[in-house]
Design a protein around this ligand. Structure first.
Ligand SMILES: C[S@@+](CC[C@H](N)C(=O)[O-])C[C@H]1O[C@@H](n2cnc3c(N)ncnc32)[C@H](O)[C@@H]1O
Length: 381
């Protein structure tokens, strides 16, 4: 059994817990993710299927160390060879808070020494944060010291899980795929009613919607339906047969088409071009109707569904004034053109939301590119 943890952006933990529950896994929500104990098969499933998680990690060790001597003693007992193939590369991401051992570089050096003792000389180094470009075949260990307690986790995902592979063409301010999926899950869209993103940029929300509607798991989000790469497949005890059974099961669940219309539009033609190319790469081009048009010109299908979008926030000086009008148009368009539809906004500004003129309720708070945002929903009658 493994101690597993699905890391999420702050605020998305309950959504990842609900996704795990749907897989039959009862996890415990903690700040920054969801913890559970399970076999390697569940680690495979979580990596392949979770739409809102950024990584899945395995706890390698937990101990108290207040001196380098204690750290070295515990580090020698960590079974490093379980996660590092002979000749493999290693990266450590070390953070230390409120601990006697606070020099992150020195902690990393002691751990790299312990790794070299256990598995032989490896090409090792440190990374500053999750965004750092971790070499594709380097095994990442996340090391956290808090109040002298050290937790070491082995990353099983490799590249961050929002990197599904399909999004190569970008428009302005693209949304992470995991956050787009969180908006869809948080809005409780049931995949059987129309879904419209009238400010779709590079198409992330619409493409994530199409993947969900067709039952395509994020790990198979490329048109080839070949799985993306994961760190666990380089582990010495990797069970290739169990993994390929998990992939086959997921492939077998894919529906031939989305059950309801999915529409994406933007006034920026470049954005729509990017959206179409991204949707083709994800193999869901036929499931989404993309068009160049302004928000006020959308033509929602008669059967009510959800309008879900990530409008500009106007965080820079001088941007807010023109945005008041955009937010007001959103409210008017919903009432006049989309009665009965639910509007979901990822918004950074309560005042701008006020210009929509609808009673919003908050679903979750998180951050998008460092900006605090929340998903709010309202229905026009
Ligand atoms: C924050 S971006 C959306 C990014 C998108 N979620 C993605 O993942 O790429 C906001 C988008 O709103 C579009 N937009 C702004 N005003 C609009 C309007 N009046 N009508 C249609 N689109 C508009 C912009 O062109 C831009 O692509």
């Amino acid at each position: 059994m493994l101690d597993l943890f699905a890391i999420t952006a702050p605020g998305l933990e309950p959504l990842a817990a609900a996704e795990l529950r749907a897989l039959g896994i009862e996890g415990v929500v903690e700040p920054g993710g969801v913890a559970w104990t399970g076999p390697a098969e569940q680690m495979h499933e979580a990596n392949l299927r979770l739409r809102t998680a950024s990584r899945v990690v395995v706890r390698a060790a937990r101990f108290r160390a207040r001196t380098f001597f204690e750290l070295e003693r515990h580090a020698r007992k960590v079974p490093w060879a379980r996660w590092i193939a002979p000749g493999g590369q290693v990266r450590l991401r070390v953070t230390s808070r409120k601990s006697k051992l606070y020099h992150e570089g020195a902690i990393a050096q002691r751990l790299l020494d312990a790794i070299a003792r256990a598995v032989g000389q490896v090409e090792g180094g440190t990374v500053a944060d999750d965004e750092a470009d971790v070499a594709a075949d380097a095994q990442l260990f996340i090391v956290r010291f808090v109040r002298d307690w050290c937790v070491i986790s082995a990353d099983s995902s490799g590249a961050l899980l929002h990197l599904r592979g399909y999004r190569q063409a970008l428009a302005k301010a693209p949304l992470r795929e995991t956050l787009a999926a969180a908006m869809l899950l948080g809005s409780r869209w049931d995949t059987r009613t129309p879904l419209i993103d009238p400010m779709c940029g590079s198409g992330t929300i619409a493409i994530e919607a199409a993947l969900m509607a067709r039952g395509i798991v994020p790990g198979l989000a490329m048109a080839s339906r070949e799985p993306r790469a994961y760190a666990f497949s380089a582990w010495p005890d990797f069970d290739a047969a169990a993994w390929s059974a998990a992939v086959d099961r997921a492939r077998g669940e894919i529906l031939p088409s989305a059950p309801a219309p999915i529409l994406g539009s933007d006034r920026d033609a470049g954005g729509i071009q990017a959206s179409i190319a991204n949707a083709e790469r994800a193999g869901v081009g036929v499931d989404i109707g993309f068009s160049v048009r302004s928000l006020s010109a959308i033509e929602p299908p008669a059967e009510a569904g959800i309008i879900l979008c990530n409008p500009p926030y106007g965080v820079r000086v001088g941007e807010r004034e023109p945005l008041r009008n955009l937010y007001a148009v959103m409210g008017r368009t919903l009432v006049e053109r989309a009665p009965g539809y639910t509007l979901g906004l990822l918004s950074a500004d309560k005042q701008l939301e006020g210009h929509v003129g609808l009673p919003f309720r908050e679903v979750f708070r998180t951050s998008n590119g460092g900006i605090p945002v929340h998903l709010v929903l309202a229905t026009a009658d």
